[in-house]
Ligand binder design. Structure first.
Ligand code: AMP
Length: 422
């Protein structure tokens, strides 16, 4: 029986790789402009890292992790997100005692056992940044600005930036009580998950997508009214810095992160054009997380963007998509006997930085020309009987059909002219 890729995974074929590379290049370049450095952490970690770093009550940890025991009987999990691994690495290498803030970015596959649908996969890719060791609200604004600038640089014009503050554990505790008090009479109208969340993690009820829950919470008290002085001052400064950076946002009281180590600023980018899976990325401050993972009490902030959804959005917005780079020169030979001449030429062309290839199937000249056309070769270099006798090779421009004959010495210059004429 034919073996297919596991459900919820995709092959990125060469015809799509150019688009991925373009997106990744834009992300790398933007991150570098903002002073972030790349980190690469393992794709699997000890399960406990995510239980502590993402939180046992989250959907990710409670329902979606790829967890298994390895041959040594250790519980291992394929990373469902990047922040916990970055924090683990930062703490493990004691980078907290070096120059701060430490600014990192990462890119790579993440794994969640989710129900696959458009824009939702079991293996998907994220680009993310983390900044450790500073509680400056200007750093919050910088991280948000970077996220927005990446989305803009990808040619996506229709997006919404949502912003909120979830305060600190102290002011949130007070808010939490008010929220439970408000939601209690509506308990029966809430979905099953929210009935459970109500006492464990009531803030999460606010971002439940179930319509009956949305109805039940109408008129809910908002966190902004319960922020302590320090959290309010922080939030105001973030908003002022965003204004200076000319970043527009929507104040969204329902944007929450339910866990204690998430603090202050929370943000998300939505692409209304994407339909059901409109969230393309999100992030926030996590001033309690580094300590939770065994490091010092040190602040942090970051975001993650979903690359598949950004690619979908680019396509939907009609952005000109990058295509595979075509072959510069295909070397066609009239007789198999000319193989060694062809090999020498191919080697020489590659040394001169032209992408070059040749026939390996001993095909007829006609079939080789057809193949060269199919793979999109831009120039065909013909080695025929006449060429071998005269030492002059024919170069055929596949775009225009024009042919010229050149000696070996003029080959590089003529090829450069032909390839750069377009
Ligand atoms: P999160 O880590 O859940 O905040 O997700 C950040 C971003 O990653 C989301 O906004 C999506 O763009 C992307 N993402 C999360 N889960 C998936 C998934 N299962 N498939 C594809 N993209 C995802």
């Amino acid at each position: 029986m034919q073996i297919k890729a596991p459900r919820g995974t995709c092959d990125i074929l060469p015809s799509d790789a150019a688009k991925w590379n373009a997106v990744e290049t834009i992300m790398r370049e933007k991150a570098a402009l903002f002073g972030f450095h790349e980190v690469r952490t393992p794709i699997f970690e000890h399960t406990e890292l995510f239980q502590r770093g993402v939180g046992e009550t989250t959907d990710i940890v409670s329902k979606e992790m790829y967890t298994f025991d390895d041959r040594g009987g250790r519980s291992i999990t394929l990373r469902p997100e990047g922040t916990a691994s970055c924090v683990r690495s930062f703490v493990e290498h004691s980078l907290f005692s070096g120059a701060l803030p430490v600014k990192w970015f990462y890119m790579g596959p993440m794994f969640r056992y989710d129900r696959p649908q458009a824009g939702r996969f079991r293996q998907f890719h994220q680009f993310g940044v983390e900044a450790f060791g500073s509680n400056s609200p200007y750093l919050d604004a910088e991280v948000i600005t970077l996220m927005v600038e990446i989305v803009q640089a990808l040619g996506i014009e229709t997006y919404e930036l949502h912003l909120n503050s979830v305060g600190c554990p102290t002011c949130r505790q007070h808010y939490r009580e008010k929220l439970i008090e408000f939601l209690k009479p509506m308990e029966k109208q809430l979905c099953k998950d929210c009935q459970e969340r109500l006492y464990k993690n009531p803030l999460r009820v606010l971002d439940c997508k179930v319509p009956t829950c949305q109805e039940a919470i109408q008129g809910f008290p908002v966190m902004a009214d319960y922020l302590c002085d320090a959290c309010r001052i922080h939030y105001t400064a973030v908003q002022e810095a965003l204004a200076i950076n000319q970043i527009r946002y929507i104040q969204d009281h329902q944007l929450v992160r339910g866990l204690d180590y998430y603090t202050n600023t929370a943000f998300e980018i939505l692409l209304p054009d994407l339909g059901a899976q409109s969230a393309v990325g999100g992030g926030g401050r996590y001033n309690g997380l580094i300590q939770e993972i065994g490091g010092p009490n040190m602040p942090g902030i970051g975001f993650a963007l979903g690359i598949e959804r950004l690619l979908l959005a680019r396509e939907a917005s009609g952005t000109a998509m990058e295509t595979e780079k075509s072959l510069d020169v295909f070397v066609a030979l009239q007789r198999a006997d000319y193989r060694s001449i062809a090999l020498e030429i191919v080697n020489e062309l590659r040394k001169k930085q032209f992408s070059a290839d040749k026939d390996y199937q001993d095909r007829s000249m006609k079939a080789q020309m057809k193949y060269a056309g199919k793979i999109g070769a831009r120039v065909v270099l013909i080695i025929g009987d006449e060429e071998v006798v005269s030492g002059q090779f024919t170069l055929r421009n596949m775009g225009t059909g024009e042919q010229v004959r050149v000696g070996k010495n003029e080959m590089v210059q003529t090829l450069n002219e032909m390839l750069h004429a377009r």
